[in-house]
Design a protein around this ligand. Structure first.
Ligand SMILES: Cc1ncc(COP(=O)(O)O)c(C=O)c1O
Length: 433
C-alpha cells in the first residue's frame, strides 16, 4: 500500500545529509551530559532586569496615548534585514575598541551584519559562494554546522591535518599545491574555514604565528578565510590573541563571524564583518530566509552589550574555566593511554585513545547505559569529503578518526563533571586494557 508521503519528490540532498548527530544526541537527558555545547553559565538575572527596563520604558510610552503606542509598534516591528542601527553601532564600537577590528568610527556600523545565530552567517556565506563542485578547505576534525551545509550545497570539502595548536598552515599550502595535481578536485579552493579561538570540536587555539601564516597564505592563494569566532568571548586568560580579521586592514580577505550565543545564550544572535560585496549577497540571502532578526531581541542585546557584558563576562568565563579544569583533571586521573587537548577557553576537550576502538559503538553499548553522553569524534568529518595526506602529499578520500570523542564541559557543574568523567574513564580503561 502506498503512503501519501511517497508522492513527495524530496530534493537530492535529503538522501545523503543525515540529521545532525549533536541535534540527535540533545534528545537524551542523562545526568552526565557532555554532548552538545549547551551554555551552562547564563546571566539570567541580568536579562530579567533588562526585560523589566525595556517593559517599563514601553509602558511609559504607551501610557502617553495613541502616539506613544504607535511609537512602540514601530520600534518593535519588522526591522532592516542587516539589523538595527543602534545595535550595530554598539557592536562596531565593541569590535573596534576591544578586538582591534579595523572599523571606522563614523560608519563602521554599516559593515556589521546581524544574523539569527552565527549559524545563519555560515549558511548564507556558503549559499552565496558555493556552486556544486567548488572546493573548500577546513581543519580535520571540523565543526559539523559548517561542513554539513557546505556538502549540502555541493562543495568538495578538503580536510587539513591539525595538532594540539589547531590547523597546520604548512599543510594548507601543500594541500593547495596537491589540488593542482588531483583528478577529483577540479577547482582551486577559494575558502578556508578556521576557528582560531578554542575550536569546536577540538578546543585548540591557533598561536599568533599560525594566524599570520594563514592570512599570508590567503593573500597568496586568493582565499577567503571564514574566521568563526564563536568562542572568542569564552577565554580563560585575560589577553586574547589577535583575530585573523585584525590583519585584514582592507576588509577583503576575512569574513569574521561572531555570536552572542555563548555568553547570552537565550537570544542566539550572530554578528559579522565581511568584505563589502559578500555582505551585500549575504543580506540579500538573509532577506529570503527570515526577512530580519527580531527587533526585541536586538534591543535586549544592545542594552546587555553596552552596559553589562564587561561585568558579567569575567564571572561567566570563571565558571567555564573551573569546569574545564575539573574535566581535564578527571581525564588525566582515570582515562587509558591517549591524548587530550588543553583548552584555554571554549566549551570542549577532545580526546583520542592510543588504542583503536569505536567511540560511537562504545557510546551506545557502554556509556549511555551508564548515563554518560559525549559526541563520538566521527561526527566531525565530512560525509563524502577529502583529506590532505602529508605522507603521500596527495588529496585522498577522508575517513574519520573513530577512536576520538568530544567532551563538553559547558553544561554541568564541576562535581557532576568529576564524577561522570571518572566513571567514563573507568569504563574506557576496562574496555581498552
Ligand atoms: C564553532 C561554532 N560556530 C557557530 C556556531 C553557531 O552558533 P549560533 O548559536 O550563533 O548560531 C556554533 C554553535 O555551537 C559553533 O560551535
Amino acid at each position: 500500500m502506498s503512503s501519501k508521503l511517497e508522492f513527495f519528490d524530496f530534493a537530492a540532498w535529503t538522501q545523503f545529509i543525515p540529521e545532525s548527530e549533536i541535534r540527535r544526541l540533545l534528545r537524551y537527558d542523562v545526568p552526565y551530559y557532555f554532548a552538545g555545547g549547551k551554555p551552562g553559565a547564563i546571566p539570567v538575572d541580568v536579562f530579567a532586569k533588562i526585560l523589566i527596563e525595556l517593559g517599563t520604558e514601553q509602558l511609559e510610552k504607551i501610557k502617553k496615548g495613541p502616539e506613544g503606542k504607535q511609537e512602540v509598534i514601530d520600534e518593535y516591528n519588522y526591522g532592516p534585514t542587516a539589523g538595527l542601527r543602534s545595535f550595530r553601532e554598539t557592536l562596531a564600537k565593541y569590535l573596534r575598541e576591544k578586538d582591534g577590528i579595523p572599523l571606522s568610527k563614523e560608519d563602521g556600523w554599516k559593515e556589521i551584519v546581524i544574523t539569527t545565530g552565527s549559524q545563519q552567517a555560515i549558511y548564507t556565506i556558503l549559499d552565496t559562494l558555493i556552486d556544486p563542485g567548488d572546493a573548500i578547505l577546513t581543519p580535520a576534525p571540523v565543526y559539523l554546522g559548517f561542513v554539513t551545509p557546505a556538502e549540502k550545497l555541493g562543495a568538495k570539502v578538503i580536510c587539513i591535518p591539525t595538532d594540539l595548536n589547531g590547523i597546520i598552515p604548512e599543510y594548507v599550502e601543500e594541500a593547495l599545491q596537491a589540488v593542482e595535481k588531483s583528478d577529483e578536485i577540479k577547482k582551486t579552493p577559494e575558502i578556508l574555514y578556521v576557528i582560531a579561538d578554542s575550536d569546536n570540536p577540538k578546543g585548540t587555539t591557533l598561536p599568533t604565528k599560525r594566524r599570520k601564516q594563514l592570512f599570508d597564505i590567503a593573500e597568496t592563494w586568493n582565499l577567503l578565510i571564514i574566521e568563526d569566532a564563536a568562542y572568542r568571548e569564552i577565554q580563560f586568560k585575560n589577553e586574547k590573541l589577535p583575530a585573523i580579521k585584525s590583519f585584514d586592514k582592507e576588509n577583503q580577505r576575512v569574513a569574521y563571524l561572531r555570536t552572542t550565543s555563548k555568553e547570552a545564550a537565550p537570544f542566539r544572535v550572530g554578528y559579522s564583518v565581511m568584505p563589502d560585496a559578500l555582505r551585500e549577497q549575504v543580506i540579500k540571502d538573509k532577506g529570503y530566509l527570515d526577512l530580519c532578526t527580531p527587533s526585541l531581541i536586538q534591543k535586549i542585546l544592545n542594552i546587555y552589550y553596552a552596559n553589562y557584558l564587561e561585568k558579567t563576562l569575567p564571572e561567566i568565563t570563571k565558571i567555564y574555566e573551573k569546569r574545564c579544569k575539573a574535566m581535564c583533571n578527571a581525564i588525566d586521573e582515570t582515562f587509558p593511554e591517549g591524548e587530550r587537548t588543553n583548552p584555554t577557553g571554549g566549551f570542549f576537550v577532545w580526546w583520542q585513545s592510543k588504542k583503536m576502538f569505536d567511540a560511537k559503538k562504545f557510546l551506545e553499548e557502554v556509556a549511555l547505559p551508564n548515563q554518560i553522553l559525549y559526541v563520538p569524534g566521527h561526527s566531525f568529518y565530512p560525509i563524502r569529503g577529502y583529506a590532505y595526506n602529508p605522507d603521500t602529499k596527495r588529496i585522498e578520500k577522508s575517513s574519520p578518526n573513530i577512536n576520538t570523542m568530544r567532551l563538553g564541559f559547558s553544561y554541568r557543574d564541576e562535581k557532576i563533571i568529576e564524577t561522570g568523567i571518572k566513571k567514563l574513564g573507568k569504563l574506557l580503561t576496562e574496555k581498552l586494557k
